[in-house]
Design a protein around this ligand. Structure first.
Ligand code: SD4
Length: 323
């Protein structure tokens, strides 16, 4: 049953139920959905969800919730693959990628941005205050400064020490779930039934200077379609971009897949094309549909996501292609 048919079914079902007095006539189709709800990647999603929940539970917008939720992680120097304290590229520069998308398909993105603590807020400013959708490098920095963002040093002594250690061998070999496990992607459905998403990262540690991953690419690291659902990704960005990952997940949900089935099929596409190196890479997706149902899937074991709804804030282990 595709989503449209399913909605029709829910609608007809609820009307029938109203007719025989099972549910109150006030109850609408929208009332059937699990909202508000927030999903975010990895363990630190739990604390990011708490911030986002404060906004959503007071009838705030999904857009404000996802921006503020991921900002917590961007500013935390102990999280080593996002924002402040993120691991640098191989030349010692901390370069940040982020994007944001709302329920009206407004989008904003920055890539290879340096010196700014909250790239997600710069992405939102690109969305709201420019005629463009993406700014990169020096241009993104110049724009951020013009908007009043402060120029800061984001390279912490810990990250600098690690980089200097890395320089001794200079081998670029990201380890699944270890070096690359910190991108935060967050998607939310608010009480009005609107979806939004945000994704922010310092990218793969010790990448080439100028490398951009999937996280700031709308359709790869994040995609939202307010009629259908939203998805965000983590892991080896090159593989996510190759399959236009999050757009694919949302389109699969449009065709009637559950969020988990859609994530699974996207991971399967990566696996099929990359079988020889599949053991070395990680790709994980999380997705939510318009009714607030959610799911995930990843290539390697070890990926988890945090869900906050009216019941609780909890961590869920994603099922994996490689067991
Ligand atoms: C990237 N996808 O830059 C990001 C890294 C990541 O969990 O997600 N790590 O390729």
């Amino acid at each position: 049953m595709n989503l449209h048919n399913r909605r029709q079914f829910i609608k007809t079902g609820s009307l029938a139920a109203v007719a025989i007095g099972i549910v109150s006539p006030k109850q609408s189709i929208a009332d059937d959905s699990n909202k508000p709800i927030i999903l975010s990647t990895w363990n630190f999603g739990l604390k990011a969800n708490e911030v986002a929940w404060k906004i959503l539970s007071k009838n705030g917008t999904a857009l404000d919730a996802v921006e503020n939720g991921v900002m917590l992680v961007e500013a935390d120097p102990t999280e080593r693959s996002v924002g402040y304290g993120g691991r640098p590229d191989r030349d010692g520069f901390v370069t940040l990628d982020a994007c944001i998308m709302d329920h009206e398909q407004n989008i904003g993105s920055v890539a290879c941005l340096e010196h700014i603590m909250h790239p997600i807020s710069v992405a939102r400013a690109v969305m709201e205050k420019t005629p463009h959708v993406m700014l990169v490098g020096d241009g993104a920095l110049k724009f951020a400064l013009s908007q009043g963002f402060k120029k800061e040093n984001l390279l912490t002594p810990e990250s600098e020490m690690e980089w200097k250690e890395w320089l001794k061998t200079s081998k670029y070999k990201p380890i699944a779930n270890i070096e690359n496990h910190d991108t935060i992607g967050m998607i939310a459905l608010d009480a009005r039934g609107n979806l939004s998403g945000a994704c922010t990262t310092s990218g793969m540690a010790f990448k080439m200077h100028g490398r951009v991953g999937d996280s700031p690419i709308i359709g790869a690291g994040l995609f939202v379609d307010n009629e259908i659902g939203a998805a965000t990704a983590t892991g080896h960005g090159e593989e996510v971009i190759r399959i236009a990952g999050c757009h694919l997940v949302v389109e699969l949900m449009r065709q009637g897949r559950t969020p988990e089935e859609a994530c699974k099929e996207a991971v399967e596409r990566v696996f099929k094309k990359q079988q020889k190196r599949a053991a070395e890479i990680q790709v994980g997706f999380i997705a939510i549909n318009k009714a607030g149902a959610h799911g995930s899937y990843c290539l390697q074991k070890g990926f988890s996501y945090a869900v906050h709804d009216n019941r609780s804030n909890r961590l869920i282990d994603a099922d994996s292609r490689i067991k």
